[in-house]
Design a protein around this ligand. Structure first.
Ligand SMILES: [Zn+2]
Length: 93
């Protein structure tokens, strides 16, 4: 017999994404489904994050789309599709 343990989460389990400035450790939290405005620099120390503009743009898309998917799954109980994410966890049986 093989026992396999996996840890999965629903899109609605992701509440927010956190960005931390590696210089001053200031943190920005964007709730799932919301991004509000573009981030070009640390709002605390002012260091430019424009070099990572592409990553921030992709992250924005992920967070906004995660909110859309989470809302869709929570309001469409008859959907033939359930989306979950597998995450790292304690895989010991
Ligand atoms: Zn900073």
């Amino acid at each position: 017999m093989t026992i396999e343990k996996r840890t999965v989460i629903n899109p609605s389990d992701v509440l927010a994404v956190e960005l931390e400035c590696s210089g001053c450790k200031h943190r920005i939290v964007r709730p799932s489904g919301q991004w509000l405005n573009a981030i070009h620099a640390c709002p605390n120390c002012g260091v430019s994050w424009s070099y990572h503009r592409d990553v921030l743009s992709r992250l924005q898309e992920i967070i906004v789309n995660l909110g859309v998917i989470s809302h869709q799954q929570s309001t469409d109980s008859k959907s033939p599709l359930r989306i979950r994410f597998e995450i790292a966890g304690d895989n010991k049986p």
